[in-house]
Design a protein around this ligand. Structure first.
Ligand SMILES: Cc1cc2nc3c(=O)[nH]c(=O)nc-3n(C[C@H](O)[C@H](O)[C@H](O)COP(=O)(O)OP(=O)(O)OC[C@H]3O[C@@H](n4cnc5c(N)ncnc54)[C@H](O)[C@@H]3O)c2cc1C
Length: 662
């Protein structure tokens, strides 16, 4: 166990280090170094460690970490405004998880019937179970049509209506006239491969800018802080084995989600929550981590996603008795209710013995009644996936499906401009200077307790651009920035060095499986206090076991063993903060369904007239964001952020809470 205890200005040749795996420099006082009760304090010789590494210095106006949809849109915005921008990604840009998005992107274009962004706003607020911040939701829904037309102008090949306008399909929770009409056709798609089309089109656009430089296959693992300001990031060039200190006045984190902490997930192998963990390791909080979205239709066995677009085109569920059970759970929207409602209904069917198959453990999704031409034209990818992964011909038989981990509503707290927030005084937001976040790793919070299908591709475009605009509004391209202290980022170096030389015995693949099984069992669709408490202890144990991890490959060039071990550590940190937040929130709201606290607990009982009631104070209800801080021994602490109920201006009205039915 090592710990860096003192590291202030000047050149510290010797560092005292307790734990190399948690190198917080900011705590909720923002500035002072975190102090842990240390029994095992060791001194490390920094100069000696440094000798083993080539450290290359880079300087930019702005850095974007992540080249998915969010990172690319942020980088394009910065480059277009003249900022010399670095975009760092651990893969090739076209391999980010955005490439896997199928169904589409929401915008009230009104191509299929009358539609308005205010109706989209209403659906998103209701979809969030009134946990979303209404200023951010206002911003996103209002900007949505512009964002989609911009993508169309960038060359995204959207599917078309016979009239030649962008084709739109009905997605879960999207309604006309604020729930008073039927389903709204609001989701713009490029067949069932919208993310693929989007990512490639954004990448193509980004290549137009000479001042935008790609650092592909560079793994970021440490944020750099100086004088309480984020000043860049430390990354590992996987190809050369060198380390790179990227220095910039502004850093945007766009590293995607952390679905891989579960065994069955639709997320790609790259979704290991590196950005959220990097922020948490700096002693900054994460927000609303308990809200993990289970997509109703992961393919039974493999977890591959079957898009909601299947139900949008007329697909439906049945249980073992052949019943269309969704009619009982959501009489109005049925199979097109929101994901949290559908996933819960499917879990209830399985629990009550109505599951399909010999083990009665899944649900059937039918699309064989649809015309073959529709399947071919609008769902060709699904047809292929079902054939390859389950040997199923969707024109003849149902697809076996199960709710599968899909999306993180929580993440790095930001305002609607993308600026990262922390909290020092209870209830008061504090902006972390120089640090921005957007996309799935961030929590703006537009999705609140439950994200609507097709609102994430929108979120990444709108808030990627917002980060660029906010940076451009208070910075000038080419403005000189102070040099980095020699020691800035060296905690990260020690972290990497110690891991690399770890002589432990724990097999990382087995530990990952243990983590994934623990999360699958203890942090599932339906949750209860006892299981969650056990889950916390198990994840804490896994965190301790990680200290004894075995690293086989000691090299620096293309050491995927070591990279995956850092990713595993990131997953463990995310899992700890997720399961702890799930235990902490003692109510059911959106995707967070507690068997022991079955109702939503607001400041008023909105099922009754509120005029007769007294408003509950913040600590007596749960319509609030949970901020969680973690420490290396697994200890966590919490603070609360009030929900933002006001909108940006008088172009629409905020939506007061009410009971949520579909
Ligand atoms: C199968 C699937 C289908 C989906 N379908 C839809 C849909 O139809 N509509 C919708 O709205 N949403 C959909 N979603 C959700 C949506 O696609 C994602 O939330 C969104 O694309 C995330 O984009 P992002 O830019 O935030 O992250 P990502 O696309 O995941 O990109 C993250 C980037 O960060 C980089 N990175 C990560 N860690 C590091 C590190 N340590 N160092 C350097 N770089 C790093 C990665 O290399 C990558 O470039 C779907 C998700 C899945 C999994």
């Amino acid at each position: 166990m090592l710990r860096i205890a003192i590291l202030r200005g000047g050149v510290a040749k010797k560092l005292t280090i307790k734990n190399p795996l948690f190198n917080g420099v900011m705590n909720n006082r923002v500035c002072s170094a975190r102090h842990y009760n240390s029994k095992n304090t060791t001194r490390v010789d920094l100069a000696d460690i440094r000798k083993n590494y080539v450290i290359v210095e880079h300087s930019f106006d702005a850095i974007v970490v992540g080249a998915g949809g969010a990172g690319l849109r942020a980088a394009i915005g910065l480059a277009a405004k003249g900022f010399k921008t670095a975009i760092i990604c651990k893969q090739y840009p076209t391999r980010a998880h955005t490439v896997a998005a199928q169904g589409g992107i929401n915008a009230a274009l009104g191509n299929m019937e009358e539609d308005h962004w205010e109706w989209h706003f209403y659906d998103t607020v209701k979809g969030s179970d009134w946990l979303g911040d209404q200023d951010a939701i206002h911003f996103m829904c209002r900007e949505a049509p512009k964002a989609v037309y911009e993508l169309e102008n960038f060359g995204l090949p959207f599917s078309r209506t016979p009239e030649g306008t962008i084709y739109q399909r009905a997605f879960g929770g999207a309604t006309l006239n604020c729930g008073k009409g039927g389903p709204a056709h609001r989701c713009c798609s490029a067949k069932d491969a919208t993310g693929h089309a989007m990512l490639h089109c954004l990448y193509g656009q980004s290549l137009a800018y000479k001042n935008l430089q790609f650092f592909s296959e560079h793994f970021a693992f440490e944020l750099l802080f100086q004088d309480c300001k984020c000043v860049g990031v430390l990354a590992w060039n996987l190809e050369s084995g060198n380390l790179c200190r990227f220095r910039a006045a502004n850093t945007v984190i766009a590293t995607g989600g952390c679905g891989r902490m579960y065994f069955s997930t639709t997320d790609g192998h790259c979704c290991t929550g590196d950005g959220t963990a990097m922020v948490a390791r700096k002693g900054l909080p994460l927000q609303d981590m308990e809200f993990v979205q289970f997509h109703p239709t992961g393919m039974y066995g493999t977890g591959c996603l079957i898009t909601e677009g299947v139900r949008a085109e007329g697909g439906f569920f049945t249980n073992a008795k052949g019943e269309r059970f969704m009619e009982r759970y959501a009489p109005k929207l049925k199979d097109l209710a929101t994901r949290d409602v559908v996933a819960r209904a499917m879990s209830m069917e399985v629990i009550t013995g109505n599951g399909c198959g010999p083990k009665k453990d899944h649900i059937h999704l039918h699309l064989h009644h649809l015309p073959k031409e529709i399947i071919k034209a609008r769902l060709p990818g699904i047809q292929n996936t079902a054939l390859i992964f389950a040997n199923i011909d969707v024109t003849k038989e149902p697809i076996p499906v199960l709710p599968t981990v899909h999306y993180n509503m929580g993440g790095i707290p930001t305002n609607y401009k993308g600026q990262v927030l922390t909290m020092i005084d209870e209830g008061k937001d504090k902006i972390v200077p120089g640090l921005y976040a957007c996309g799935e790793c961030a929590c703006a919070s537009v999705h609140g307790a439950n994200r609507l299908g097709a609102n994430s591709l929108l979120d990444i475009i709108v808030f990627g651009k917002a980060c660029a605009e906010c940076i451009a509004s208070c910075n000038t391209p080419g403005r000189p920035i102070p040099p980095l202290d020699e020691n800035t980022g060296m905690r990260g170096l020690v972290y990497l060095h110690n891991l690399r030389n770890s002589a432990g015995k724990t097999n990382p693949a087995e530990l990952r499986l243990k983590l994934q099984s623990t999360m699958t069992k203890h942090a599932a669709v339906l949750r209860d206090g006892k299981l969650l408490k056990e889950g916390i202890e198990l994840v804490k144990g896994i965190l301790q076991e990680f200290n004894n991890v075995k690293v086989t490959d000691k090299s620096m060039v293309w050491n995927s063993d070591l990279m995956e071990i850092i990713e595993l550590h990131n997953l463990i940190i995310n899992a700890l903060l997720t399961v702890s937040s799930m235990e902490h929130r003692k109510e059911s709201r959106g995707a967070h369904a507690r068997e022991d606290f079955k109702t939503r607990i607001d400041e008023y009982d909105y099922s009754k007239d509120i005029k007769e009631q007294t408003k509950k104070p913040l600590d007596e209800h749960w319509r609030k964001h949970i901020l969680i801080w973690g420490e290396m021994d697994g200890k966590t602490s919490f603070k609360y952020r009030p929900i933002i109920d006001h909108v940006l201006d008088n172009s629409t009205n905020s939506i007061p809470p009410s009971p949520r039915t579909y």
